[in-house]
Design a protein around this ligand. Structure first.
Ligand SMILES: [Fe+2]
Length: 594
């Protein structure tokens, strides 16, 4: 049975295909059309899904969409009536949603077939149920607590559930305008991060702040027995577009969230690309602290209700790896499962798996242990990309390649590492990664100056061989998808200085050999040379979606100051003179925001 899952006309549009309950392929449209957070129809992703399993759209049995415009309709109408200025907007959005529901025509048009050939059944699933399904049905558990939170989806910002067997029983919903994700977005905008998806940057800024505004920020969102409540005086009314607009070309825009009260309290908002002051750091600190307090309040309450120690966690806010890392200290939960695409691209697999298990009552069988669900490319395609770019390269056997690449990393060079299938979700996890030495004090500045151009306050992440996690980190719950931040043990901080954040933490990826033997063996080869079972891992890109194809990797290698490219079995080393020019041109980044 073939099921196609879709997230469409929503940020991070994506498609996934499952065959008899197993996820065969999944990809976000942004990786294919190269437009970050693209929110239109994922036509290229659908084609890639079909190609991956050798199917035609007419072979698909079910299409599942992680969005249901009929869900929570009474709440939407109630909100629109209470905000008369937004009623026209509400009606417009309803009309657009009707068009969105015509999945058959959309797919027929995208794949240039007659819609009469399409025999699939169509399913629409509420946004947060699809989020929870994406975590629970990928987890190894037969029962678990389910929790999803984000800015909004189908007029809900937070959902809790009891998951058992093939059922997800919804316990609570928090409806808009009350949204923890909106609080995060609002303060991010106020401190100058105004683009969709900027929240992760501000999470990195928080540890530089002090407890100056915690009292003030705590007034914005307050816990309640059934959830939490915002003081709406700090927010502009968001209307029925829920604070986010997807333009007809698929661009995702954020509306301004903060009201004049924020300016009265904290002064002028910081303009993007200007200097970051202590005020912004202190606001980020207070925001992260309040976010965690509310999250732990909700999680503790959920634990009381379900009395289970396993938590299937999802939604855009589940990408807050700092909060995830503290969960085991602040709640009774003992294990979490967060699938690698916890944000909205993950809705595609959630909708598909929910259709398979809950609607069609098919047995559970698939635990998602690795994120490598995207496209892969043949050796001949990679070779052509290198030849067409006019690069000098050598082909190596596996062991020799690992030896040569680990030697380059040990020598302090920056390596583009492109192997196998692309990762599903926002993190590069060793197949589309830039890899470097984690113990060189200037490596963070080198990477920023030469390739990444990221804000000075954002840390780089460590990938660690799974069996060494407890030696280097204070928690041993695994983090295979780089979704937990833990304290680094004091005696290891120097050895990990390039990935040790200002608060002595690291957002680690634990690498088990059965999940990615090639990447594991690379780190093991590096360990034999240096004694360190850890490498620095950052995504293979430069202010763009992570590279997908060999051509994009080669292009990124050529236009940045990466030293080495290891792509499939081939190795390219930039001439020494070019590297030396780069080093001469290098000067550590100024303390300035983006
Ligand atoms: Fe979401």
């Amino acid at each position: 049975m073939l099921i196609l899952g879709l997230n469409m006309f929503h940020a991070d549009a994506s498609a996934a295909i499952i065959l008899d309950g197993e996820i065969k392929f999944a990809v976000a449209e942004e990786r294919l059309n190269r437009r970050k957070h693209f929110g239109g129809f994922p036509g290229l992703a659908v084609k890639a899904c079909l190609d991956a399993v050798g199917a035609k759209i007419s072979d698909i049995d079910h299409v599942a969409v992680g969005q249901d415009s009929e869900a929570n309709l009474a709440k939407k109408v109630q909100y629109a009536l209470a905000n008369p200025a937004k009623i026209l907007n509400f009606i417009r959005l309803r009309q657009r949603k009707e068009a969105v529901r015509d999945v058959r025509s959309l797919l027929a048009r995208a794949l240039e077939v007659d819609s009469a050939q399409l025999r699939f059944q169509e399913h629409h699933l509420e946004h947060h149920i699809a989020h929870i399904a994406s975590a629970y049905y990928c987890s190894p558990w037969d029962k678990a607590a389910g929790f999803s939170y984000d800015g909004s989806g189908d007029f809900v910002s937070t959902m809790t559930a009891r998951c058992e067997g093939n059922e997800i029983e919804v316990l609570d919903r928090v409806f808009l305008p009350h949204s923890l994700g909106s609080v995060y977005t609002m303060i991010c905008e106020f401190i100058g991060y105004t683009q969709y998806g900027d929240e992760g940057k501000v999470m990195g800024l928080a540890p530089y702040g002090k407890d100056t505004y915690c009292g003030e920020i705590a007034k914005i969102v307050k816990p309640e027995s059934a959830g939490f409540k915002l003081d709406l005086g700090y927010f502009k009314p968001l209307g029925s577009n829920q604070g986010m607009q997807v333009l007809p070309d698929g661009t995702v825009r954020l509306a301004r969230h903060f009201s004049a009260r924020m300016e009265k309290l904290f002064g002028d908002p910081r303009r993007p690309h200007t200097e970051i002051t202590q005020r912004e750091m202190d606001l980020a600190f207070a925001l992260q602290q309040r976010f965690e307090e509310i999250f732990f309040h909700l999680a503790n309450r959920l634990h009381e209700r379900v009395q289970l120690d396993d938590l299937a966690l999802a939604g855009g806010c589940a990408l807050n790896s700092v909060a995830n890392g503290k969960l085991f200290d602040r709640t009774p939960f003992r294990r979490t499962y967060i699938q690698p695409a916890a944000g909205d691209e993950g809705l595609a697999i959630g909708a598909a798996l929910h259709t398979y298990h809950s609607f069609l009552k098919q047995p559970r069988r698939h635990e998602l242990k690795s994120s490598y669900l995207g496209p892969e490319f043949s050796e001949s395609r990679i070779q052509s990309a290198l030849q067409n770019a006019g690069l000098q390269f050598r082909r190596f056997e596996r062991v020799a390649l690992l030896d040569a690449v680990s030697e380059q990393i040990a020598a302090g060079n920056v390596v583009g590492w492109f192997q196998g299938r692309m990762e599903w979700g926002p993190r590069a996890l060793g197949n589309r990664s830039i890899v470097a030495h984690p113990g060189l004090p200037d490596m963070k500045d080198v990477l920023n100056a030469r390739i990444k151009h990221r804000e000075w306050f954002r840390p780089f992440a460590p990938s660690i061989l799974a069996e060494y996690q407890h030696e280097y980190f204070e928690h041993d719950h695994p983090s295979p998808f780089m979704l937990h931040v833990y304290k680094i043990r004091p005696e290891k901080r120097k050895a990990l200085c390039a990935v040790n954040h200002v608060d002595d933490t690291g957002r680690l990826q634990t690498v088990a050999r059965e999940e990615n033997p090639m990447y594991y063996d690379l780190i093991a080869a590096f360990q034999r040379k240096t004694g360190s079972p850890v490498v620095l891992n950052t995504s293979f890109n430069e202010n763009e979606p992570i590279v997908c194809t060999p051509e994009e990797a080669v292009d990124c290698f050529r236009r940045t100051r990466m030293d080495v490219l290891a792509i499939g079995p081939f190795l390219v080393v930039k001439p020494t003179t070019e590297k030396e020019d780069t080093l001469r041109a290098f000067s550590p980044g100024k303390r300035q925001g983006s």
